[in-house]
Design a protein around this ligand. Sequence first.
Ligand SMILES: [Zn+2]
Length: 183
Amino acid sequence: MRFSYCPDCGRPLIQKVLGDEGKVPWCESCDRPWFEMFPSAAIVLVVNDDGKVALLNQNYISTVYKNLVSGYIKPGESAEETALREVEEEIGVRLHAVELQFTRWFEKAGVLMVGFLGYTHDRALKLSCEVDAAGWFDPAEALALVHPKETGSVSGVLVDLYLQKRLTDAASQEALEELHARD
Ligand SMILES: [Zn+2]
């Protein structure tokens, strides 16, 4: 959101040079800048003990592709807290660990997305009214079910990243076993 008027006093903002920031929208009455604002959201690929991932059908977002759990960060919350809260709200499972993977600007919605892997021991899903259906999927299968990452989709990037991580983990496990076999 770009401000033309001061949200506090209503005075038209001027452009003022503010150090390294260059020109910023400034209220001369309140003597403060009004930087452009945008929402931030957490997006979570939930993984269970079998290595399966949770995908959601949310018809208000797409009737073609499945989604990951996601939600806006509330003032006062850390992105990790949002991740835990949203997962519990949307699919009713508790995470015992969250791992920050990346942050990414989602151009289509003008939102800064904070991507997590979230781990749960739970299997039973309890859906919120925002979710039409949900289930556990093999991650390789999941890649074809979410918005393709080529479209700028953050879901696609997160699923792909998890697949790469699993391959790397499997390779190092194999290398370890080989080492032990030589002993
Ligand atoms: Zn003002």
